[in-house]
Design a protein around this ligand. Structure first.
Ligand code: PEP
Ligand code: MG
Length: 569
């Protein structure tokens, strides 16, 4: 390989193609004094109308290709165009300062995005990029300059840019092979869209990105977060062979995905999907999920600018339950706080939000709000096979309090003559080390437990799950985390209740044997991982797996565990 650069693997898979740069040259803006501000005002007005038309079109394309959840970002863009502190401020300045429209547009955009970027609130910081996107669009329209023409992107090409916004990715033609950007992280909009579209992506490459020129051949490794520029013929051939193998493995796994996952010695493991929006239901069914092991309900709250009503929630839950019929759907109650903010909830700023007033803590402190969700869940319970799960449980009293509210809602609905399913399993997430250590006590109050390794790992290893600086310390395969998983499984076994895992670790097919050996009965993951995990389960012998798990918890670190697990394949 000639040249190799490293960034953040944001969407998995290998891709090979020719680079096409999506350049974002900003028009240079001259500040001018104008004698007739009215002309500038009408110029601005025209540009705003054109921008609205463009964004509305983009929204439609995005909704068609990626679903409503991804398209919702354009609603925020449209709202900015009517925002008094954005376009309203531009009008004020044209009038009060007699400046040209381009100059005030550039000024207000810069000021507003700098202000948003400096806020502590992650949600508001993300809005800084949205403001830049809308401001640049307006500026191009005002300057009569044409933006990059996405029709130049040929199928099979690798799109390279300083940064790709949702408006950009929405315009990708079919068949883009991969993408690479200087800015952006795993949680950037562009990363989410790349994963949804199945395009391997490496983001956050910094200055390294300038090493790629139009027409260069590059290999993108979205799993490792690496890019090889103008690879040797042998390296390119090796990558193509690997892509071909990956494709075959995937096709084979998909062909067998409809069958149950049973280990070689006959132990049944349920393989479920994690879903985070209604659009994920179809993908989960297409990958033959045997149920939903985690339905993150936050999207209902994050997509709205108000607390979602009982009716809005009921409709969403009912749709998912009907889609899965007799297959269980584990719906997790609201997990807000931590890194997930709700602008309308007015959550106070906390020094340590991940250790703060989040999830079940927030819900129990706001019972009226919480009861809206519980009522909606109970109403939907007659439409399928509902299991209810409480997140971030730390002690028995929290389960009791949440169950008491659930009972209160059940009684209210009964009095109102509303039908509710007779038996609804109520379970908890094990995401806090204290919960894993006292799982025997918690198991007495729960019908099932599901281990959330994403949070359990960050709390056990004291490494923030979203902080790139400590990413090398964050590993769900660390023996400390695995020991807590084992303790939880043993407690569940003693209590005779189901124990599953719904953190990202569950979708790692190379770890399936260790996880089964630790005692898990159910694994829940992003739908795309289901076929290959089912395939991995079928190769496992549960007795050998137990031995492997015992060895795993004696390793010194996660790397050693992973190597050991890989060798055993
Ligand atoms: C987890 O913490 O592992 C989990 C599944 O919950 P979330 O990722 O939504 O915090
Ligand atoms: Mg969690």
């Amino acid at each position: 390989m000639n040249l190799h650069i490293k960034g953040v693997g944001a969407a998995p898979g290998l891709a090979i193609g020719q680079v096409i740069w999506w350049r974002k040259d900003k028009p240079t803006v001259q500040i001018r004094h104008v004698d007739q501000p009215e002309q500038e005002l009408s110029k601005l007005q025209k540009a705003v109308e054109q921008a609205k038309e463009q964004i509305t079109q983009l929204r439609q394309i995005a909704a068609r290709r990626m679903g409503e959840a991804e398209a919702a970002v354009f609603d925020a863009h449209l709202a900015f165009l009517d925002d008094p502190s954005f376009t309203g401020e531009m009008q004020n300045r044209i009038q009060s300062q007699s400046k040209n429209a381009e100059a005030v547009c550039a000024q207000v955009t810069e000021e507003m995005s700098t202000m948003l970027a400096s806020l502590d609130d992650e949600y508001m910081r993300a809005r800084a990029d949205d403001i830049q996107d809308v401001g640049n669009r307006l500026l191009l329209l005002l300057s009569g300059k044409s933006p990059f023409d996405p029709s130049l992107l040929k199928p099979g090409s690798i799109v390279v840019s300083e940064e790709l916004t949702p408006s950009d990715t929405a315009q990708f033609p079919e068949g883009i092979a991969g993408m690479a950007t200087a800015r952006g992280s795993k949680t950037a909009h562009a990363a989410i869209m790349a994963r949804t579209l199945g395009i391997p992506a490496v983001l956050g490459l910094g200055n390294g990105i300038d090493r790629m020129k139009d027409g260069d051949t590059v290999i993108i490794d979205g799993d490792k977060g690496e890019i090889y520029i103008n690879p040797s013929a042998e390296a390119e051939q090796a990558a193509r062979t690997k892509m071909e193998q990956q494709k075959k493995v995937r096709e084979q796994a998909l062909a067998e995905a409809a069958q149950e996952a049973v280990t070689a010695d006959g132990k049944r493991i349920q393989v479920f999907a994690n879903i985070g929006s209604l659009n994920d239901v179809e993908i989960a069914l297409a990958n033959h999920a045997e149920g939903v092991g985690l339905f993150r309900t936050e999207f209902l709250y994050l997509e709205n600018d108000h607390w979602p009503t009982e009716e809005e929630q009921y409709k969403a839950y009912s749709r998912v339950l009907k889609a899965f019929g007799e297959r269980p759907v584990v719906i997790r109650t609201l997990d807000i706080g931590g890194d997930k903010d709700l602008p309308y909830a007015d959550l106070p700023k906390e020094e340590n939000p991940f250790l703060g007033h989040r999830a079940i803590r927030y819900c129990l402190a706001n019972p009226e709000m919480f009861k809206v969700q519980l009522r909606a869940l109970l109403r939907a319970s007659v439409d399928g096979t509902l299991w209810i799960m409480f997140p971030m449980i730390q002690s028995v009293s929290e389960i009791r309090a949440a169950k008491a509210l659930l009972e209160e809602c059940r009684n209210e609905l009964k009095q109102e003559g509303v039908a509710v399913a007779d038996s609804i399993p109520v379970g908890i997430m094990i995401e806090i080390p204290a919960a894993a250590v006292t799982a025997d006590l918690l198991a007495k109050e729960a019908d099932f437990m599901s281990i959330g390794t994403n949070d359990l790992t960050q709390y056990t290893l004291a490494a923030d799950r979203g902080n790139e600086q400590v990413a090398h310390l964050y590993d769900a395969a660390h023996p400390a985390v695995l020991r807590l998983v084992q303790m939880t499984c043993q407690a569940a076994e003693k209590a005779g209740i189901v124990v599953g895992m719904c953190g990202e670790l569950a979708g790692d097919r190379e770890m399936a044997e260790v996880l089964i050996g630790l005692g898990l009965h159910e694994l829940s993951m992003s739908a795309g991982a289901i076929p290959e995990v089912k395939q991995a389960v079928r190769r496992v012998d549960s007795k050998t797996a137990e031995g492997l798990a015992q060895k795993a918890i004696q390793q010194e670190n996660g790397d050693q565990v992973r190597k050991m697990a890989k060798r055993s394949q």
